[in-house]
Design a protein around this ligand. Structure first.
Ligand code: NAD
Length: 296
């Protein structure tokens, strides 16, 4: 298939490369040109505008930072909705607001396009390995049409409901991940304060009911105070904002969601925006008056 890929950042570039490896023709567009050159050096094509990228494409994939970026790329003059031929399948894999996504679905449908929201979990390594978890919202037909593309970038691919529901599930994912990191961080500082040897302590905890993916995948780098991203605090801050707004829309009581949103915001305000989200540990350490993690 001919696939237009817009947004060739940390996630988008390796995803586009996996589509190339699977034999698709990929024509990339990105705000900064050097990313387009990187795609070209992997065998892809480059476009000078959204219109040029979308021209003749059967599928358009977007992987952009935030809601305003997705709105601009899709809905502005000469954007995807205006430029794509009728029946084109448009897949937005960025993490954005579910309500805006519902609106984009409606606008795409009136333009004769098929639209799927398909945000991902799994991070940069998942994008490189083609092993992302993909949460899809939209019609069954759009989902079925997107599967041959999605299977080349992910391994767990689930249609969770109609328009916007992929984004709603992603918001819940971000609540769970942030909350779990914060609790793991508090447990680590607690154990360290009591001079317990962390590695065996976390190993036994991970074998019981307290076991979780943060302990499995991040305990080692957290113990080593290795906070280079990974998933940036800036992006997680954005995602918790999406969660909070969507929770408030439905009157959902979420005290821990509110707390972890504030904690992520505080870490960002105090200079941690470009660190990995596991740097919540650094903040717990500092606010406990300690320096094992925050002193470095
Ligand atoms: P990124 O900032 O690395 O990449 C986004 C790319 O989009 C950049 O190359 C930027 O130049 C380009 N871009 C922005 N506005 C544009 C526009 N108007 N036109 C063309 N190009 C434009 O971000 P990322 O880490 O790849 O994340 C992309 C999305 O995936 C975000 O919504 C993020 O929340 C989500 N996500 C990221 C991760 C992760 O680990 N990084 C994991 C899961 C989900």
């Amino acid at each position: 298939m001919r696939v237009a890929f817009i947004g060739l950042g940390v996630m988008g570039l390796p995803m586009a490369r996996n589509l190339l490896r699977a034999g698709h023709t990929v024509i990339g567009f990105n705000r900064s040109r050097e990313k387009i050159e990187s795609l070209k050096s992997s065998g892809g094509l480059g476009a000078g505008s959204i219109r040029e990228a979308v021209d003749g494409a059967e599928v358009v994939v977007t992987m952009l930072p935030d809601t305003p970026d997705v709105l601009a790329v899709h809905a502005d003059d000469h954007g995807v909705l205006q430029s794509a031929a009728p029946k084109t399948l448009v897949i937005d894999m960025s993490t954005i607001r579910p309500d805006v996504t519902v609106d984009l679905h409606a606008r795409a449908t009136s333009a004769g396009l098929a639209f799927l929201d398909a945000p991902v979990s799994g991070g940069e390594q998942g994008a490189i390995d083609g092993s992302l978890s993909i949460m899809c919202g939209g019609s069954q037909e759009a989902f079925d049409a997107a599967l041959p593309i999605l299977e080349k970038v992910g391994t767990t691919i689930v249609r969770v409901g109609g328009p916007g529901s992929g984004q709603t599930v992603k918001a819940a994912n971000q609540l769970l991940v942030a909350g779990t990191i914060q609790l793991v961080a508090e447990a680590m500082v607690f154990l360290d304060a009591h001079e317990v040897d962390l590695a065996p302590a976390l190993a036994v905890l991970n074998g019981g009911l307290a076991g979780n993916a943060i302990l499995t995948r991040k305990a080692k780098s957290m113990m080593d105070a290795e906070f280079s991203p990974g998933f940036r605090v800036d992006l997680h801050h954005k995602d918790l904002g999406i969660y909070r707004e969507a929770a408030r829309d439905q009157g959902v009581f979420s005290p821990l969601g509110a707390a972890v949103t504030e904690l992520m915001a505080a870490l960002r305000r105090t200079g941690g925006g470009s660190l990995d989200h596991s740097a919540l540990l650094r903040q717990v350490d500092a606010l406990s008056g300690r320096s094992r993690w925050s002193g470095r």
